[in-house]
Design a protein around this ligand. Structure first.
Ligand SMILES: NC(=O)c1ccc[n+]([C@@H]2O[C@H](COP(=O)([O-])OP(=O)(O)OC[C@H]3O[C@@H](n4cnc5c(N)ncnc54)[C@H](OP(=O)(O)O)[C@@H]3O)[C@@H](O)[C@H]2O)c1
Length: 248
């Protein structure tokens, strides 16, 4: 696809990967960044004035419906929905707060992405548009300490695959982005090698321009085919990528 003159909504666009992608696309497209923290959105907009900011909580049906109606009236439609809003966090499964955290993580990462896609369908059918799901290399592995996070992204991976087939007759393209660890606020406490968000933004833009169905970024590119041949090796490599080195 040609990334020019498109109307784009990036959920979670006020920070990290979403903001980097929004900035990457902003020059040639109308890009809306959406999230809950209005001060953060405003700060991002003041640094990149061509961005358009919109408050949105993807866990709220009412908020999400209002945001889609607003897009229809303000931007006259939508070409690309980027389901980027997400919680990336690890925690031991056996803790008293795990129940509550599980609900929150599923609500944002899976239900939020499904909700935004469902509500945007009329606009995306009209434009024969694209839905992008921001997923993770953890879907290829077993990752102790990130069980719920990995499960939400595995569900997103499955949702993307099924919707790709289901929405094809509507002319809607579904793209999944599989990421390694990226240097954002969400990964601040992970003392491991990370890619900069700008590299992710470039890779996503390139992948969209080349009509890729799956955009595998950085180290995930060789690991995805390898996972089919040697799942144990890929488990080992991905677990190691999320584990800080011990004392030398
Ligand atoms: N960083 C990594 O290593 C990594 C690796 C693989 C995949 N990912 C995925 O990449 C995506 C972006 O993460 P990031 O690393 O850029 O983290 P981030 O900087 O923390 O960004 C997450 C964004 O999601 C928004 N958000 C959270 N809950 C929301 C809600 N209920 N409604 C609307 N927006 C919400 C946040 O904005 P508000 O708080 O203002 O709502 C924030 O802007 C996530 O889906 C994450 O799982 C990250």
């Amino acid at each position: 696809m040609k990334l020019q003159g498109k109307s784009v909504l990036v959920t979670g666009g006020g920070s990290g990967i979403g903001l980097a992608l929004a900035r990457r696309l902003a020059g040639d497209n109308k890009v809306v960044i959406a999230g809950r923290d209005e001060a953060r959105l405003e700060q991002a907009r003041s640094q990149s004035p061509s961005l358009i900011a919109r408050r949105l909580d993807v866990t709220s049906e009412e908020d999400a419906s209002a945001a889609i109606a607003w897009l229809e009236s303000e931007l006259s439609g939508l070409d690309i929905l980027v389901n980027n809003a997400g919680r990336f966090r690890g925690y031991a499964f056996d803790t008293p707060t795990t129940g509550e955290r599980t609900r929150e993580d599923v609500d944002v990462n899976l239900v939020g992405a499904a909700r935004m896609t469902r509500l945007a369908l009329p606009l995306l059918s009209e434009s024969r548009g694209t839905v992008v799901f921001v997923s993770s290399g953890v879907v290829l592995a077993a990752v102790p300490g990130f069980a719920v996070y990995a499960a939400t992204k595995a569900a997103v991976h499955s949702l993307a695959r099924s919707l790709r087939a289901e929405l094809k007759p509507n002319g809607i393209h579904v793209v999944e982005v599989l990421l390694p660890v990226i240097d954002t606020e969400a990964a601040r406490d992970l003392d491991v090698p990370k890619l900069p968000p700008s590299a992710v933004a470039d890779a996503i833009a390139r992948g969209l321009e080349r009509d890729r169905k799956e955009i595998r970024v950085g180290a995930i590119r060789p690991l995805a085919p390898l996972a089919r041949l040697s799942p144990r090796l890929v488990n080992h490599l991905i677990t190691r990528a999320l584990t800080p080195p011990g004392p030398r």
